[in-house]
Write a protein that binds this ligand. Structure first.
Ligand SMILES: NC(=O)C1=CN([C@@H]2O[C@H](COP(=O)(O)OP(=O)(O)OC[C@H]3O[C@@H](n4cnc5c(N)ncnc54)[C@H](OP(=O)(O)O)[C@@H]3O)[C@@H](O)[C@H]2O)C=CC1
Ligand SMILES: CC(=O)N[C@@H](CCC(=O)OP(=O)(O)O)C(=O)O
Length: 340
């Protein structure tokens, strides 16, 4: 098969850079179009780390030019901006992987947590980009809604135990994220002075990833108790999840059986950490069973680690593009972590 031309709009951002790093060395994708808001620059000017690796002109994002340059485009843009590109790109027959939240939720839920939606037609067609849930649908998708980073780590952790979970009991998700999750723009919350040697929860029980987690797990929003925390690290995400389950089963064995064929989920016998997945598309998961309160069902502690910029965004997006283009899902996907 000949190479497939692909583009990145939002190439100057954090997820944009991770996309570039993967696509530059991808055996089948050829990076033929890169753009940001203003254009008129080069990749190396935006990202000096790419000097002597790859330099391309960075264009001012333009649908016509993008559509003549590529068969598939990655949108690494803020929500709301993304849907303005999706509509005309899909109309021109270009496949899209959208890293924003714009196509992840039904319209009513999206509008409650984000903003008015201006592309209901494509919203109905979008496939949620979690292969562990929708691999078959992703193979024929023209528009993929790449999942949020917190939902990826939470859903992959809980999914294997949904059959054992006691219905209508809380799913408690205590999650930690690196600061790159907030993107490159400056804010008081993510300012060095506020983050360094500090640790705090934000948007407790009202973060907009809670409805995404609930919706994809098929539970009520009220059952998901999600609290994210910001930690003073650049990248990484660790979700500590607590659920009530019933029945006599070995949780570790169940987890291993559930993910035995998964290329990008690793089941661990020891508590997982962020470093072993940094720079990769792996989600590492550990489970521990407590039988302390038998009359109310057993408590499971599930620990799920991903790299927010990779499995939580860019490498997941390339896996989805591989599936959409009929390629092996792990083609060109980094699998060796930044350790030590
Ligand atoms: N960071 C993370 O860990 C994750 C991020 N996401 C989602 O991915 C998306 C990108 O996030 P991230 O990379 O962190 O964000 P950044 O803020 O780091 O980058 C955003 C990019 O979008 C560009 N941009 C903004 N508006 C427009 C526009 N109207 N037209 C063209 N380009 C535009 C910016 O270009 P310019 O140079 O002009 O500013 C920049 O390249 C967001 O929707 C985010 O929610 C999802 C999961 C994880
Ligand atoms: C540290 C930090 O701010 N993290 C972001 C991660 C969300 C994200 O990037 O995902 P979306 O695509 O759903 O916006 C947050 O909590 O909103």
């Amino acid at each position: 098969m000949s190479v497939i031309n692909v583009g990145v709009i939002g190439a100057s951002g954090y997820t944009g850079l991770e996309l570039l790093k993967i696509l530059i060395h991808h055996p089948k994708f050829n990076l033929s179009y890169v753009a940001n808001t203003e254009g008129g620059t080069t990749l190396v000017s935006l990202h000096p780390s790419l000097a002597k690796v790859c330099d391309l002109d960075v264009k001012k994002a333009d649908v016509e030019e993008c559509a003549t340059s590529c068969a598939l485009v990655f949108l690494a843009l803020p929500h709301q901006s993304a849907m303005a590109y999706v509509k005309p790109l899909i109309a021109k027959g270009i496949k899209v992987v959208d890293l924003s939240a714009d196509y992840r939720l039904p319209q009513d839920i999206y509008e409650k947590f984000y903003c008015p939606h201006t592309d209901a037609q494509n919203l109905a067609k979008a496939v949620y980009g979690l292969p562990e849930l929708f691999r078959k649908e992703l193979k024929s998708a023209s528009l993929v809604a790449n999942p949020g980073c917190f939902p990826t780590s939470a859903i992959l952790g809980v999914l294997p135990f949904m059959e054992k979970r006691v219905k209508n009991t809380p799913i408690i998700i205590d999650a930690k994220t690196g600061v790159s999750g907030a993107g490159k723009k400056l804010s008081e919350t993510t300012h060095f002075v506020n983050v360094n040697e500090n640790l705090f929860a934000y948007n407790p029980l009202m973060h907009r990833h809670a409805p995404e987690i609930a919706q994809k797990l098929g539970v009520d929003f009220e059952e998901v108790h999600f609290v994210p925390h910001l930690v003073p690290i650049t990248r990484g995400m660790l979700s500590s999840i607590y659920i009530q389950v019933e029945g006599d089963f070995d949780a570790h064995e169940l987890l291993e059986a559930y993910y035995k064929d998964a290329k990008h989920v690793r089941v661990s016998k020891n508590p997982v950490d962020m470093k072993n997945v940094a720079g990769t598309n792996f989600c590492d998961i550990y489970v521990k069973q407590s039988k302390a309160s038998l009359e109310k069902g057993n408590i499971l502690f599930i620990s799920s680690a991903i790299d927010n910029l990779m499995r939580g965004a860019s490498s997941a997006a390339v896996v989805n593009a591989n599936l959409m283009m009929g390629l092996d899902e792990d083609l060109g996907i980094p699998n060796i972590a930044y350790v030590p």
